[in-house]
Design a protein around this ligand. Sequence first.
Ligand code: NDP
Ligand code: BG6
Length: 515
Amino acid sequence: DIPFKKLKDGLLSVSSSDECKDAMTFEINENEPTVSITVVGASGDLAKKKIFPALFALYYEDCLPQQFTIYGYARSKMSDADLRHMVSKTLTCRIDKRENCTEKMEQFLKRCFYHSGQYDSPENFAELDKKLKEHEGGRVSNRLFYLSIPPNIFIDSVRCASLSASSGNGWTRVIVEKPFGRDSESSAALTKALKQYLEEDQIFRIDHYLGKELVENLSVLRFSNLIFEPLWSRQYIRNVQLIFSEDFGTEGRGGYFDNYGIIRDIMQNHLLQILALFAMETPVSLDAEDIRNEKVKVLRSMRPLQLENMVVGQYKSHTKGGVTYPAYTDDKTVPDDSLTPTFAAAALFIDNARWDGVPFLMKAGKALHNKRAEIRVQFRHVPGNLYNRNFGTDLDCATNELVIRVQPDEAIYLKINNKVPGLGMRLDRSNLNLHYAARYSKEIPCAYERLLLDAVEGERRLFIRSDELDAAWALFTPLLKELEEKKIIPEYYPYGSRGPVGAHYLAAKYNVRWG
Ligand code: NDP
Ligand code: BG6
């Protein structure tokens, strides 16, 4: 458990609980800077479900700086006590069942406050500033704002926070949630507007998939094991699959979703980020800029998506075991004639020396038969395979496949051909299996914990730089426009099914079977 930490400049070098605590204790002194974390949109879904639980988990693990304060900010009228009640009641996090959880929660809540205000009111942010200053007590004050609000109010909030509530003597950072626009133009406009008030190094664009344990492990797997890197190219890899599926629909978020669709919601960010990490060249160092430089190079070497390499679908109602599951358009906030895809599959290509001709197949869908996020790497056939040659079809030597199961039930396994023990010669397919629950007793932190901690520490490696974002949108924007202009009708699939059959035809076109 030694996550990468920026603190080469001397503070922390590791952040497992005890080590966090030791390092913190070691660093405390009278002049310790304060850190105020303001969750803008604190009354919302994400704040309740992810941000406050993650902040509490960090506190429980002694990973937050000693002098921290948390503010909730939103329009809803709430008192500090209301916020504390909300935080304590809605917590469902990995810490829930741990020792002293109740006492720790009580201590944590004493650091949580609330200020009600409008998102476009410099005066309301100035009131917040005044309250923050009372806690900061004249010390060096660092401030982190987490914009957990709908995108149409990002700029107003950033303007007001930067004009009225920036730190006067420490750093001010802003975590921006997705969506970062809905195409190249709107994303560029958002970046331009943000940069009126913030420097690029103050902007932390979050993609929570980058904070997931197995996504972070991708580089470790590849760059610190001799056996993988030599195989990591078109020479040995036949195709790479990036799969996201959820076994529930857009329940409750139809209003947001209908304006974005699955391609923008999952592919253009979460899956593309994983692809870039997977395919990048070895960075010069683990420094944020070196890693992001390599990711940008991959994105810029890719071919923009094409309609003929894309399948879109939308779920329809389905009755199973006497239960009727709704169609996407049954959601009251979704127009009856909506063509928004809730499923998409695509073949992408990286036109560089390492990956020329290798299909990267992406598949993302809601209301499918299972919930999973996986990276599957299918290797080429063994040339002149001795066992196939000698035993013909009796021995079906399958190709190797490396599976990185991001969630649920994290695992990395390699499918190999193996001799079935016995006097005869029979092969089967077995797994060399690294199953996290069996191997590691410690529970896996939620992605938001890692990312919040990184933002507090100024570690930008897992956040999206503006040129990465531009390159990502450049790949998807022409296709998204074409889909919308041509009003492409999605292939309908039953709620809870495996998705549209078109996805199989798309894979077959590249001689691939989905894993
Ligand atoms: P919500 O819709 O719950 O909005 C958060 C808060 O913003 C609300 O509680 C409300 O607070 C305020 N708000 C909502 N709509 C408006 C409006 N039209 N004008 C002004 N204020 C408004 O959003 P989420 O919490 O679901 O998401 C927050 C951000 O995180 C969004 O950008 C979303 O795309 C992103 N995100 C969300 C995920 C999730 O699982 N929820 C996952 C990944 C990203 P009040 O009325 O009190 O001011
Ligand atoms: C969000 C999407 O970014 O990721 C949601 O907007 C999706 O539609 C969610 O449900 C999935 O995240 P996780 O961490 O639950 O896999």
